[in-house]
Design a binder for this molecule. Structure first.
Ligand code: ADP
Length: 713
């Protein structure tokens, strides 16, 4: 197409386009001028058909956009179609956009940007302002202004690119920030969990700032909601503490609470240690609750300003603490009492032992001086013996104390006569009673006189009570001993009440419930000049209890006391009662006396020989063992064995004898005779195979009784 045809075309087109103004334009130079104008405008211009995209017109500027020297070159490059002008990758998008714009626009205008491939192969961006025109004559056409927009679009791309880069950078920053935030919130969460965990016991937790005078709750109890109205809002600290104290704190604890929660006090306490607490009572719904407020310094150590306050109920703990404190107090009191009692005991003992000892030494001296005066000598010896017995009584009581403390199984099979026991008791107290001119009466009102019990212990218990009656009754007083059998006895069992009544000094009511405690002696009795260890009643009580009985006391100060023991005993069958007690004939009985102490040997050998025994002597366990081993032809009837001896002690010897091959020799009766008189010593002797255990000094009757028991068995 040459420029003439091109101009013709444009002329036609313009006529068809501006048909309505044809009159103005037609035949005038105006159309030619317009055609020239279009051909020469600096921007590209083209007209193409809408139905098949065939290009109807292009101006020179458009050719140069496509770097085509001629229209022929351009038509060749583009195939003479609008499609051919557009970069193959953009064609579809461009056509779609144009169509959509024309559809939606009333003015049939469109604007698109797309790439082109120039004749020189370069890819460029163009802007395309199109106008769709429907004309009766020319058909549907587009006339389009095109300009090279490569620089502009590249710039835009650059801008977009840099925006993208910026956005990317921003996004990376945001991501990093997010990550960090996540970490922080995770850490926060963990911290919160730790706080929650540590503070489970606290019903309210607040953060407080002393400098700023504020308090911020973290968790609120129903109590604290009163101050914070359920909201976790900041309040002035001083106001809060005042209001809290007035609303909740028990009136008796309020002043202490207020002073111990003043900022000055808190600062002082938290400077001393990281945490401090305060216990007080609160009143809620009319009920008293124990609360603990714990404060922890969470600011800098050097300066106390920020702290956490935790409130928790401590009812159970406080109760427990109070109980614990009471227990400790009781234990302390008991220890103090025990200590005081022990001190009193020691000073009493020292006094009570010195008195008979002084007498013994004094009378011995007198006896020596008056050795020629037989009557005086005998009287001194009597006095020496009495003092010795007094001392022995004391020592025995102390020893028996070990019995009081330990559980001991009593024998239940000794045949014992109640009336005989009462007689024995009477015999025991008579001398002292006569001395004080005290009248003693006895009344035994029983059906079953014979009982089965631990006779020795039963007597001992009775004796302690009866002794006291005489001890604590003054000149010319009265002591009544009664034994009554209760109703309802069976063939096997009977119950009794034993009373010892005196009209003596009586017992102070304050002291009454302690008289059964060891070492317990009433002040006025210790000062009354009566000796004693404060052990008689504890021993008696323990014995009664061991026999499943009990002791009670009624007493009035200055009027007297009545001790009542109630006990039940097994009754022996009739045949047993009628049996004659076995009698021991000591004449010619071979006895081996084992003792390393010469004096003891002398005394004991003489007593035994006087009783008719044939006495042999060994001075230690080894010698005793040898003698027993060698006694095949003439075995011993009994061995009296001391415990503490050199070379071989009594227990070892007993064990060795029991282990002898000769059965007859191995079963020789052995009686331990020892200064060790504790219950545990007795048990140990038995465990070594000995038959009985007697304590020194030896009482003739007791020794004979023991020998007869072990020999006759
Ligand atoms: P003691 O060796 O001091 O007599 P007890 O244990 O036998 O020890 O008695 C304890 C205390 O009980 C006595 O010190 C005395 O204060 C009081 N007591 C016991 N029996 C009587 C009594 N019959 N009359 C007055 N006080 C008594």
């Amino acid at each position: 197409m040459n420029s003439k045809t091109n101009n013709d075309t444009i002329d036609k087109l313009l006529t068809s386009l501006f048909g309505r103004e044809k009159a103005i334009v037609e035949g005038s130079d105006a159309a030619a001028a317009l055609g020239r104008f279009i051909a020469e405008i600096p921007g590209g211009f083209l007209i193409y058909r809408a139905d098949d995209n065939r290009i109807l017109y292009v101006n020179d500027a458009l050719l140069s956009i496509y770097k085509c020297a001629t229209r022929e070159e351009f038509y060749e490059l583009t195939g003479n179609s609008f499609e051919g002008m557009v970069h193959p990758d953009d064609v579809e998008g461009v056509q779609k956009t144009i169509f959509e714009q024309i559809e939606s626009n009333h003015d049939d205008l469109d604007y698109v940007e797309y790439r082109i491939i120039r004749k020189d192969g370069a890819v460029r961006w163009v802007e395309d302002y199109g106008h769709f025109v429907h004309s009766e004559t020319a058909g549907d056409i587009f006339y389009v202004f095109i300009s090279d927009a490569t620089e502009k679009i590249n710039r835009r791309f650059e801008l977009i690119d840099s925006d993208r880069k910026k956005e990317k950078k921003l996004r990376t920053l945001i991501e990093e920030y997010d990550k960090e935030r996540k970490l922080i919130s995770q850490e926060h969460l963990q911290r919160l969990e730790v706080i929650e965990g540590l503070s489970v016991n606290y019903e309210s937790i607040c953060y407080a700032d002393l400098d700023a005078d504020l308090i911020l709750p973290y968790r609120l109890s129903s109590r604290l909601e009163k101050q914070f109205e359920k909201k976790l809002q900041v309040k002035p600290l001083r106001w809060f503490l005042r209001d809290y104290a007035e609303t909740w704190v028990h009136a008796d604890d309020r002043a202490r609470f207020t002073s111990n929660t003043s900022p000055e006090y808190i600062r002082k306490k938290l400077a001393e240690s990281k945490t401090y607490y305060l216990n007080y009572r609160c009143i809620k719904d009319g009920e008293t609750q124990f609360i603990q407020l714990r404060m922890v310094n969470v600011g800098e150590n050097a300066r106390v300003g920020k702290l956490v306050m935790g409130f928790r109920k401590v009812d159970d703990e406080i109760m427990q603490e109070m109980k614990q404190r009471q227990l400790l107090q009781d234990a302390l009191n008991a220890a103090k009492l025990a200590d005081a009692a022990k001190n009193a005991f020691l000073s009493n003992m020292s006094h009570d032992m010195r008195t008979p000892l002084n007498a013994i030494f004094g009378y011995t001296e007198l006896a020596r001086k008056n050795a020629d005066d037989r009557e005086a000598l005998l009287s001194y010896l009597d006095k020496i013996e009495r003092s010795g017995r007094q001392m022995l009584g004391l020592v025995e009581k102390v020893l028996d104390f070990s019995y009081v403390k330990s559980a001991v199984t009593l024998s239940t099979s000794d045949l014992c006569s109640i009336s005989a026991v009462v007689e024995d008791i009477l015999d025991g107290i008579k001398p002292r009673a006569e001395h004080k001119n005290i009248k003693i009466t006895t009344d035994v009102n029983i059906t079953h006189d014979k009982i089965l019990t631990d006779a020795e212990r039963f007597k001992q218990m009775f004796a302690h009570i009866a002794d006291n009656a005489v001890k604590y009754t003054g000149e010319g007083g009265r002591v009544e001993i009664t034994a009554i059998e209760k109703e309802g006895a069976t063939e096997e069992y009977a119950s009794y009440a034993f009373t010892v009544k005196d009209n003596g000094i009586g017992i102070d009511p304050d002291h009454l419930d302690r008289i059964f405690d060891p070492f317990e002696r009433e002040y006025n009795t210790t000062h009354g000049g009566e000796y004693g260890a404060g052990l008689g009643l504890p021993i008696a009580k323990r014995i009664a209890e061991s026999m499943n009985g009990n002791i009670s006391v009624e007493s009035e100060l200055g009027k007297g006391s009545t001790f009542t023991v109630t006990l039940g005993f097994a009754l022996p069958c009739e045949e047993y009662v009628k049996q004659e007690p076995p009698k021991l004939s000591s004449t010619g009985k071979k006895i081996l006396l084992v003792d390393d102490n010469e004096i003891n040997v002398d005394i004991e050998a003489e007593i035994l020989e006087d009783l008719g025994f044939d006495v042999d002597i060994a001075t230690n366990g080894k010698e005793a063992l040898d003698k027993v081993t060698a006694s095949v032809d003439a075995p011993y009837d009994v061995v009296l064995m001391d415990i503490q001896m050199p070379i071989m002690d009594g227990r070892e010897a007993a064990k060795a004898i029991r282990a002898l091959e000769n059965g007859k020799l191995a079963s020789v009766p052995i009686i331990a005779v020892s200064a060790n008189a504790f219950e545990s010593d007795k048990l140990e002797s038995m465990a070594c195979g000995m038959n009985a255990h007697l304590s020194k000094p030896i009482d003739e009757a007791v020794l004979l009784d023991a020998i007869s028991k072990v020999c006759i068995k």
